[in-house]
Design a protein around this ligand. Structure first.
Ligand code: PMP
Length: 456
């Protein structure tokens, strides 16, 4: 129970909320929600609402809310040793165990894991490691990073630059130099409606080839991508996309970073998206599903070919000058160990695959014939419904109409949290991986009602 009845007022007076319209919030025109509890796929708020969270927070609470196993592991760690750093060879039982558990689950060819706190700082680490790598190899010009439009890689300076969404860059003087963008593998929004999936993959490849030719392969260090696009629209890649991209990167000696902050540890119905789609990454970014957000923790998994060079670099130049105070924080690491054990014991990766397929089929059944539903897509428990004004011509709604946001609000009024993705009228679903078929039915039934209310 809340002890304080002034929370809403204190919130408006003191709290700078991320990703929020600050002026509207100050004027009291945005909803305030004080979240008080959670169990399974549900959260509760101070107004007494119980909501089905079909976006798992920010697609991170993979094992669901209120797991005592993780809470107890955190409490035990805090009592025994809340903190010690990881510099110069220090570790704890939790951090060393978690490093092994991560590598045991990672795709082949990965060597070590560096722990950070957020997906953004893990990608900052990746960029530094990439630059360090090419400096050690005597290629100081090979530094640019290719990202995709609609990719999301964080909101720091470098990671906000990699993110290919205007809202995260405008008025922040981003992107920084050394970041270049290429086509997103978004088949539904292909430039020519007559393109087959294979044509579209060939188009993405030729766009990438043209970019590399324009910039010069000897200036390009790496390519970063989410196995399936997340915040940019929840879009699984077209068949054959990653092997085709990988072949281009191999030809030009360009490293691959798989940003698995969303997809790592089961969301797509495989432990890692890299294995799911046949990627061979040099670096893998992990965060959210590593601890199911019970404590902040992220990681950069470093592949064999980079690791050898990093070791060589420290032989020549001394200890690597990169570290956070909270790298491998024991409480985060203890949460990670307990979380990954639960992912295994509850068979959540299999459940993501099976219940994900069930959810997608149910969405198609319920909404597939609606004249303003353009696309229903997904892989595992990462699904999206995209709304358009006209399905045949794929005319998108004018952004000012706010159709996606309106359906999101109508669904919330029915007790289900989805996410109106930041670009386009796309409603995203990424529930906890423990979702049941009955809960999937509830999401779909309520969405159908919300769509009829807004679009008829
Ligand atoms: N990469 C991806 C693919 C993400 O989805 C996110 C966050 N949604 C990030 C990086 C950044 O993670 P964080 O918000 O923890 O910094």
């Amino acid at each position: 129970m809340l002890k304080n009845t002034n929370l809403e007022e204190w919130d408006r007076a003191n709290f700078f909320h991320p990703s929020t319209h600050l002026a509207e919030f100050a004027r009291g025109n945005l909803p305030q929600r004080v979240v008080t509890g959670g169990k399974g796929v549900h959260i509760e708020d101070s107004a007494g609402n119980r909501l089905l969270d079909a976006f798992a927070g920010l697609y991170c609470v993979n094992v669901g809310y209120g797991r005592p196993e993780i809470a107890e592991a955190i409490a035990e760690q805090a009592k025994e040793l809340a903190y010690y750093h990881a510099y110069v060879g220090h570790g704890t039982e939790a951090s060393i165990t978690l490093a092994k558990m991560v590598l045991d689950r990672a795709p082949k060819g990965m060597s070590k894991v560096y722990f950070g706190l957020s997906g953004s700082d893990a990608n900052e680490t990746n960029v530094k490691l990439i630059w360090y790598y090419n400096n050690i190899l005597g290629r100081p010009e090979k530094k640019k990073i290719i990202s995709r439009w609609r990719g999301y890689h964080g909101s720091g300076l470098m990671t906000g630059s990699l993110t290919g969404l205007a809202a995260f860059q405008q008025k922040f003087d981003l992107p920084l130099d050394r970041v270049i963008h290429t086509e997103a593998p978004y088949y539904y929004r292909r430039p020519d409606l007559n393109m087959s999936e294979a044509d579209f993959v060939a188009h993405c490849v030729s766009e990438l080839e043209a970019l590399i030719a324009r910039e010069g392969a000897d200036t390009i260090a790496a390519f970063i991508g989410e196995p399936a696009l997340g915040t940019g629209g929840l879009v699984p890649p077209p068949e054959g996309y990653w092997p085709a991209i990988q072949a281009v990167l191999d030809k030009h000696d360009i490293l691959l970073v798989a940003d698995e902050v969303v997809t790592g540890f089961g969301r797509l119905g495989s432990m890692f998206g890299s294995d799911h789609y046949g990627m061979r990454p040099d670096l893998i970014t992990i965060a959210k599903g590593l601890t199911s957000a019970y404590a902040p923790l992220s990681g950069s998994i470093v592949g064999d070919r980079m690791w050898k060079v990093l070791e060589e670099g420290t032989d020549r130049f001394g200890p690597i000058g990169h570290g956070w105070t909270y790298s491998a924080h024991p409480i985060g690491a203890a949460a990670g160990v307990a979380n990954l054990k639960l992912v295994d014991s509850l068979k959540l990766v299999d459940n993501a695959r099976d219940t994900g397929a069930y959810l997608k089929a149910a969405l198609k059944d319920a909404l597939g014939d609606h004249p303003m539903v353009g696309d229903i897509r997904g892989e595992g428990l990462l699904c999206a419904v995209e709304f358009v004004e006209d399905r045949d011509s794929r005319t998108f709604f004018a952004p000012a109409k706010g159709v996606g946001a309106a359906i999101n609000t109508a669904l919330l009024a029915r007790g289900v949290i989805s996410r109106a993705m930041p670009q386009g009228d796309i409603l995203g679903f990424a529930p906890p991986l423990c979702l049941s078929e009955a809960e999937a039915d509830e999401i779909v039934g309520k969405l159908k009602g919300a769509v009829s209310e807004v679009l008829g």
